[in-house]
Design a protein around this ligand. Structure first.
Ligand SMILES: *Cc1c(COP(=O)(O)O)cnc(C)c1O
Length: 421
């Protein structure tokens, strides 16, 4: 089963009650599952001293979730000012925060440096002279260009807008040192939702090679490499999970070998989002309409404002109908929302059991890049978020958007000008 089976088995028996109390639609997340994955990650990488996960805030930007990450000892990866504020509200300080923006503004540099600063991860060599207060610890995002291909979602690094090139990387650190940087890190992110662990091992190998080259040319030492996020989860029933332990063993061996050869080694960071929370969340929605035209449609009370991935990436999200999990999946449905966009579909031509109005549908694996990606197009507002606590209680951790939220940006003092020519 794509979403964590343990979560499903604890959720299903109580879901009717939860839906009756809070009303659908909602995303619900599993504290126990998030903690278990976090602990497994830490355990897998104990062999790399100083290893740390910086949770990618954009995957699930909710303070109640970030509080769990903080308790796990994780830092936060941000790329906007609101994400920085959220991370600080969650109690993270200084080097517990990594700021990885691209196309960065002065306002963002100032926010990154304020309140005790954070680890600044620069996306381009041209930004070096634009950083107002250059920090002592600096990191660059490396883009290998034609040296790496193969990950389908993030595509070909040559076409990716991120990072400094292979040719620029040494010069970037030289210039940073000229601006008084004395501590160094190297970042990359070349995969998204990658299930093949050896791709990630190759990424670790790649960054260590760059570290070796820059250290040699400039006589500096790196404190860390950050291999990014992009660790995949199985959205489809036939997919196998990422082999975390095999990946960690092979990556750890690379760091051990580096230390043996050079007498020191950087530590490793990662900034996973999806891997940590993706399988520990689902979207719960009720079937409200049926329509038989050229196809059979099930209309539900959520729409793409709650989950953009199917429309945006043609992504598969598994669906179960509560109480009908073991029924024959002998109907073919399009499961749709009410937004006036024909790609507002959670599933297209999906084999499902016979669905009646009032049935509760569980759309799997919405724990990362789900609610967070939603929008307000067409006046379709975003649903609430709930958290299933380890003690079995269920807590509202974000209310649903209401009409007043939609209208909030239309309330302001009148302002106009007549432009001069
Ligand atoms: C989106 C993003 C991540 C998280 O990606 P996942 O696929 O959720 O692991 C990490 N780092 C950066 C820089 C990102 O943009």
């Amino acid at each position: 089963m794509p979403m964590s089976a343990s979560f499903y088995n604890r959720l299903a028996p109580v879901l009717k009650d939860v839906a009756a109390r809070f009303g659908t639609p909602f995303h619900i997340y599993d504290e126990a599952g998030i903690r278990a994955t976090g602990e497994a990650l830490k355990k897998a990488f104990v062999g790399i001293s100083g290893f740390r996960e910086y949770f990618a805030v954009k995957a699930l930007p909710n303070l109640s979730i970030l509080a769990i990450m903080k308790e796990l000892g994780f830092g936060f990866d941000c790329s906007s000012i609101p994400e920085l504020i959220l991370s600080r509200q969650a109690g993270a300080q200084g080097e517990e925060i990594m700021f990885t923006s691209n196309n960065t503004t002065q306002e963002e540099f100032n926010a990154a440096a304020a309140n005790g600063g954070c680890v600044l991860n620069l996306d381009d060599i041209s930004l070096i002279e634009k950083v107002p207060q250059f920090p002592e610890l600096i990191c660059f995002r490396y883009n290998p260009g034609p040296r790496r291909t193969g990950n389908v979602i993030i595509g070909n690094p040559v076409e990716a807008k991120y990072g400094v090139t292979h040719e620029q990387v040494v010069e970037a650190y030289r210039l940073a040192r000229g601006r008084a940087a004395t501590r160094f890190g190297l970042h990359t992110m070349v995969a998204s939702n990658e299930l093949d662990y050896s791709y990630m091992v190759e990424t670790a190998r790649m960054v260590l090679e760059i570290v070796e080259r820059v250290e040699k040319e400039l006589g500096i030492q790196f404190e860390f490499v950050n291999i990014g996020g992009g660790f995949g989860i199985p959205y489809r029933p036939e997919q196998k999970p990422l082999n975390l332990d095999a990946m960690a063993a092979e990556i750890t061996a690379l760091f051990t070998a580096f230390r043996t050869e050079h007498g020191h080694a950087p530590t490793m960071y990662m900034e996973s989002g999806r891997y940590i929370t993706g399988p520990h969340g689902c979207l719960v929605t009720t079937a409200i309409n049926q329509k038989q035209t050229y196809r059979d449609y099930i209309g539900v009370d959520a729409c793409m404002s709650a989950l953009m991935r199917p429309a945006l990436y043609d992504a598969y999200h598994h669906i179960d109908v509560l109480g009908k999990e073991s029924f024959a999946q002998d109907r073919l449905y399009d499961v749709v929302g009410s937004l006036c966009e024909n790609n507002d579909k959670f599933a297209v031509q999906r084999e499902l059991p016979l669905i009646e109005n009032g049935d509760i549908l569980i759309i799997h694996d919405t724990g990362a890049h789900g609610h967070a990606m939603g929008f307000q197009y067409n006046g379709r507002l975003r649903p609430k978020e709930l958290l299933l606590r380890t003690d079995g209680s269920v807590e509202l951790i974000r209310r649903e958007e209401r009409n007043e939220d939609y209208f909030a940006t239309l309330h302001f003092p009148p302002e106009s000008m007549t432009p001069s020519r």
